[in-house]
Design a protein. Sequence first.
Length: 393
Amino acid sequence: MWSILTVLALVALTAAVVHLCWRRKFLRAEEAAGNDIKTLKEAQERAAFQIHTQQEVLFNSMIEGVLLLDAEGRIQLANRAFAGLFDITGDIRGKTIVEALRLTELAELVESVAGDKQVLGHEMRLAGLSERWLQINAAAISGDHGERRGTILVFHDLTRLKQLERARQEFVANVSHELRTPLSLIKGYVETLLDGAKDNPEVGTKFLETIQRNSERLQFLIEDLLSISELESGRIQMNLQKVALRPLVDKVLGDLGARARTKKVVLTNNLPEVTVLGDADRLQQVFGNLVDNAIKYGRSEGCVTVSGRAGDGDTFEVCVQDDGPGIPAEALERVFERFYRVDKARSREQGGTGLGLSIVKHIVQSHGGRVWAKSEPNRGAAFCFTLPAGKPN
């Protein structure tokens, strides 16, 4: 009896030991599996974070603005370029377009995408201190069963293209006008001469002088157009050498002396004996245009002064000053634009191609300098520019 009980006790004990061993193994296996699952989850989270980071870097590196909306029209993603286009500084995720941007036109565009599935090439003008134009391409995002999941919009800044197109249109219009005026006069006087005016020596001579004057105006316009075209395209290479400015300006003032005497304008050269690095022929063109303008638009019996001083760094600053009525403050930034005229009526009367100051700007910039205008009402105008100073021998 005791031997049977002993055997049964040993069997029970053995079973308990085996159970404990297997229990421990199971717990260890369960713990290992839990660790593997945790590791797998962490790896998945890291992979998801990396993918999200890569997507964010990709979106923010795009020059086009990108906006992603959910099915309810709320913003889910807006990249850095989009924020820059609309001057956004805060987080706009979760907001509608109207809440974030106050643009009903854009909200209506999103609504139209729901029916049309996509909108391509839509142009929108942004109101503000400066004109901004955007081109918008939008497409609906659909699920596997055709349900609407959201909308993606891509914004391209058209402002520069619009400005260039407007500049081209203005350029063509101005050139056409500048060409048409002298050509019409030449044509009219030639027809009058052919109709019999040539038989009157006094009238014929007067008409021929007018034809010659307008022919020269056409010649100057064509030469200026060629000059500015070459300067803007970079085809003209500046021959930079040491140039003594004072003698060069003396020559320009001498060439324009007759025109100045007609208006009783005194020309003064107050430049010191200084040497700059420049292209002598192009600098003569710069001074010629600026002094000629100062004579035209300064007051009669006035004075035009050319002066200069050492500028910042290794530069020399030159100014051509007149004592005329001056230039309005709002026009100072535009006077160097092609064909821009502060007073159109007076400019037509005085003549000129309207390209002189634009040529001056491009020549100075080709020397590595900068050019600007300053003026006070009824106290004249000054046109200033910098040039690289000549190094001592």
